[in-house]
Write a protein that binds this ligand. Sequence first.
Ligand code: HEM
Length: 203
Amino acid sequence: MNAPRLLRVAVFLLAAAPAAALALDFAAGALATPYRTILRETGLWSMRLLTLGLLLSPLARLAGSELLAAPRRMVGLFAAAYAFAHGWAWCRQYGYDWGFLLGELPRPYLLAGLVALLMLVPLVATSNAMARARLGAAWARLHRLAVPVAVLAALHFLLSRALPPRESLVHAVLLALALAERGLGAWRAKTRPSPRDGRIPPR
Ligand code: HEM
């Protein structure tokens, strides 16, 4: 098995493990507050994978190895699957009381989460190779949505409690670093003199 495939298999097993553990505990009746626990765990794992997904490219560039970027798609799909399960757990926790749930939605942290979740839909729908080939350059533009998704999800996490949980601050810092690396790369690409303009490139 080649290295990218091996990495993808490892990432698959690691990303699926929390879902499998949760499903086993749920089936065994081992969760005292099942939907609350599912809401919490799926939210946390979705957030972790969204942050990881945005860190993989900068890390690959820093390490000078494309290998690290290989599991990006899988990480994104797992992040989305956990996010959809999280949204479902919220509805289930309140017994699908749609009147109550709709009344809750205007709360800023829930709105941020909902917009992030909705933006994941076109990303998941176009994550396959056929959509990528069909959309051409538009695909890359569309998939830049992963940035606002992660930022909104981090905001949702930060605002979800009166005191921000420590992990939410870690995500905010990691996302800021990932975005700064991207911004710096774009700025460098813009300011780098083209080989045709006769200037000596800065050292
Ligand atoms: C990409 C989308 C989303 C991500 C990544 C996400 C992530 C998270 C995270 C990390 C937490 C904190 C878990 C904890 O420590 O307890 C959380 C809490 C929560 N989320 Fe989301 N979320 C998303 C979307 C949504 C949506 C669409 C809803 C419902 C409309 C929602 C409802 C909630 C609720 C009710 C809590 C619990 C707040 C509390 O009482 O502690 N989330 N979410």
